[in-house]
Write a protein that binds this ligand. Structure first.
Ligand code: SF4
Length: 485
């Protein structure tokens, strides 16, 4: 360590890959580092510590990580005090393999011990040796750790971590362990504290949110939690991700419809519309059951926007299986679908299944599915022309486009809306009412004067620079929708 790094606070940057669970963990990593005296690195500066929060779900995750680590090697030679830490699912999976392949990495930590990061960094510097520490079960529930949130107006709130299911394509249970639920009182206390800081919107987060309560023996705990959120004054929007169709019960739909601050948005992974493929995926619902939930949601909330995740080309998927998926997509009429081409994930049962599909067939089916979904999304978005929607102006999306002067945010149903602020001084975190004049497949546009603008405490925080302006957490992938599956 040089004299200059000893005298000033060490700076950090976190790079995040993968799902919302990782985005949320990164907020905790940033909070932990700041509590330990680190400061966010300026955008143009070389940080003293770079943390990679990795994902093992996405395709080519390994190649990407080792590519990034390789690119940092010369930088590390130039800045000998710099440290590189690798955490997240890929670290949990690959462990000491990471320091074997990239010996210039200083710290490797897993998904269960993110709280160890500051200590491991310190120990690596003190001992001048890489530290690899992976534990097999959760040490501290992540929400008990300090957080550096990425937005002033909205926050993730973990209600559970881990998953008790065993979907054959998914590495999550192996890396995140069995489901652990937080007590409702703790969750609600965290939400109240966030609202007191100006947060307007929370997203309840878990691998399988509607299994919430299984750990403390209350099967109706998730619906009750939604209703309890309704009693928190100042909390304007409640979302959640992701439910599993198997555990989706009517009481959750009733709670959504009866609780005014719960948004009429539902992200519910379908994965396949073929019963045979669902069985091979070890997803214990069937297409009819999925569609029944959709009908029930629509009956209770006709304005609900539904989104989903779909995997194309699962081992053994026939053209008839794929047609069944297209049928469900036609019937469910999703506002948005996150479509993935199946690719083998080492360590998952599906990776060893017979019937792995040729890439060309998967690609061709994928394109047909995307084309159908685009058509539906576009049609649904066009049907909203003329309606007036409430938009919570988003961080990052909240800056004016220098050419069009448009700003952006999310409607209550989760749709992305671009609008023209006109004479209003709109800040990220503020709320506006916008009339929709154009519907594109992936967003809505309002090109007329705003109907209303409400200044919020989150907007004040953003304007004062306490919001998103500190580049503490850098996202490696766009994130909207459910956890990467
Ligand atoms: S896909 Fe979701 S429900 Fe299935 S094992 Fe993975 S995390 Fe659990």
């Amino acid at each position: 360590m040089t004299a200059s790094t000893e005298q000033r606070a060490r700076s950090y940057r976190v790079r995040t890959y993968g799902c919302q669970m990782n985005v949320h963990d990164s907020e905790r990593l940033a909070g932990l580092l700041e509590a330990a005296g680190y400061v966010p690195a300026r955008a143009e500066a070389t940080p003293d510590v770079i943390v990679f929060n990795t994902c093992a779900v996405r395709e080519n995750a390994e190649n990407r990580l080792y590519g990034n680590l390789g690119a940092l090697r010369p930088l590390k030679r130039e800045h000998p005090g710099m440290q590189i830490a690798v955490g997240g699912c890929l670290a949990q999976k690959d462990r000491a393999e990471i320091t074997r392949r990239a010996p210039w990495v200083d710290v490797v930590f897993g998904t269960h011990n993110i709280s160890s990061l500051p200590v491991l960094l310190e120990r690596a510097r003190h001992n001048d040796a890489a530290q690899v520490e992976i534990v097999e079960s959760l040490e501290v529930f992540p929400s008990a750790l300090p957080a550096k949130r990425d937005a002033a107006h909205s926050a993730w709130v973990s209600i559970s971590v881990g998953c008790n299911n065993t979907c054959t394509f998914c590495i999550v249970p192996a890396l995140r362990g069995k489901e652990v639920d937080r007590r409702p009182g703790e969750v609600l206390a965290e939400i109240k504290a966030l609202v007191a800081e100006g947060v307007l919107e929370v997203t309840l987060l878990g691998q399988n949110v509607n299994a919430y309560g299984v750990a403390f023996g209350d099967r109706r705990a998730f619906g009750a939690l939604l209703r309890a959120c309704g009693g928190i004054e100042g909390l304007e929007r409640v979302r959640f991700t992701s439910p599993h169709p198997r555990d989706f019960t009517s009481d959750v739909i009733e709670a959504m419809a009866a609780t005014p601050n719960v948004c009429h948005q539902l992200h519910m992974p379908l994965q396949s519309g073929s019963d045979a493929v669902l069985a091979a995926m070890r997803r214990s619902y069937r297409a009819q059951r999925y569609l029944k939930i959709v009908d029930e949601v629509r009956a209770a909330m006709p304005d609900a926007a539904l989104s989903t995740d779909i995997i194309v080309g699962f081992p053994g998927e026939t053209e008839a299986d794929f047609q069944a998926t297209l049928d469900v997509v036609r019937q469910a009429r999703f506002a948005q679908a996150f479509t993935f081409q199946y690719s083998r994930r080492p360590g998952t049962p599906a990776a060893d299944m017979a019937g792995q599909m040729p890439k060309a067939i998967v690609q061709e089916r994928y394109e047909r599915l995307v084309a159908l979904q685009e058509e539906i999304s576009w049609e649904l978005n066009r049907s909203l022309i003329g309606s007036v929607v409430e938009v919570l102006v988003s961080e990052g999306e909240g800056r004016k486009d220098p050419l069009t002067h448009r700003m952006s945010g999310r409607a209550r149903d989760g749709r992305l809306v671009h609008f023209e602020p006109g004479g209003f001084e709109v800040r990220a975190g503020d709320v506006v009412l916008a009339e929709i004049t154009y519907g594109a497949p992936h967003h809505l546009v309002s090109e007329v004067a705003l109907r209303a603008h409400r200044r919020t405490a989150a907007g004040d925080a953003w304007a004062a620079g306490r919001g998103p302006t500190t580049p503490g957490v850098v996202l490696g992938l766009p994130s909207f929708g459910g956890p990467a599956r």
